[in-house]
Design a protein around this ligand. Sequence first.
Ligand SMILES: Cc1cc2nc3c(=O)[nH]c(=O)nc-3n(C[C@H](O)[C@H](O)[C@H](O)COP(=O)(O)OP(=O)(O)OC[C@H]3O[C@@H](n4cnc5c(N)ncnc54)[C@H](O)[C@@H]3O)c2cc1C
Ligand code: FES
Length: 323
Amino acid sequence: MAADGDSADARGGVSVTLRFEDGAERRIVVAPGQFVLDAALAQGVPLIHQCRSGNCSTCVATLIEGESATAPGRPVALLASEAAAGRRLLCVSYAHAPSVIREHYPATPIDAAAAPRRFSATLGALARPNPKVAIFTLAVADETFAFASGQYVRIRIPHTDEWRSYSMASAAHELPAMTFIVKLIAGGAMSEYLLRAARPGDRLEIEGPRGAFVLRRSRGQHVFVAGGTGLAPILSMLDAIRRRPGMRPPMLPSFGCSRDAEFFARDEIELRRWWMPELRAILSAGRSDGADDGLRRGNPVDALDAARSTRPAPPPICAARPR
Ligand SMILES: Cc1cc2nc3c(=O)[nH]c(=O)nc-3n(C[C@H](O)[C@H](O)[C@H](O)COP(=O)(O)OP(=O)(O)OC[C@H]3O[C@@H](n4cnc5c(N)ncnc54)[C@H](O)[C@@H]3O)c2cc1C
Ligand code: FES
């Protein structure tokens, strides 16, 4: 049943029912021109979110009944096919009619359980696998710092009050060291620091851990889709699975970059294939510069669709071969 429009407030807001994975429901009123996420937070419903600008997909939910649409003209991190299937990024979506929206997590988000704290960290190795990507490590001295694969920290850009969020690419067993994979953006504040000023030994302030995009235990096939530096939390999750006792689930990461010349982390993925026979990787590039690179063409979602019907798995493309 759609939420009852009679419960909407006198300013013309509409009633939206948020239905959580554990069966709990919360009813909120969303005013005209107000985003669903803003309405929920203002009414004390702590929906999981991060960027609040349609870029990170953290607030994705599914419209079951009613009418909810993205604010016009906003570029959002959602495929047209996902929107057609009812997915909505609530931080940039209005409710135009009484609606029911499904959240893909229980009513008590993990963020509410532990408030993120601030820590000091030391910059270690800094590498550039290609001109658009930086990989660096941070060491956290405080032994109480812990995180789950898939979470992220905010890092303060040295000598500024600016913070940026980055997902850990390494798993918790590697603490106190953490690895990050960062896309370098011309003129970006953190990008410029990494490109021009960063030196091993720099002290950085971090805040976290944050985020609820974490691995849930299941024996079914684990499908991961990542583009560019979005690979970071996926690598962390794969490493966490590798360390678990008992049988591992089948894993199918699909990783792509926009061009083959920008493809990175191939050895890291192939190494995990050597370690874990349950892992079958799909590697893709949107465009080719002509080389026979062994990558599938297209984005990682299309490559995944094409490859899921292909059996057996293709042989490793660029394996780290033991001698
Ligand atoms: C939860 C979370 C986790 C994240 N994890 C990672 C991660 O693991 N690796 C990573 O590289 N980034 C990650 N990001 C993005 C990261 O926080 C920064 O936004 C990004 O690194 C840009 O920072 P900057 O200071 O270099 O650029 P800014 O100074 O913030 O931006 C400079 C300009 O670039 C534009 N811009 C920002 N991001 C992009 C982009 N992706 N592509 C094109 N233009 C852009 C801005 O609109 C602005 O005009 C994450 C973001 C969130 C919310
Ligand atoms: S919070 Fe990032 S897309 Fe909505």
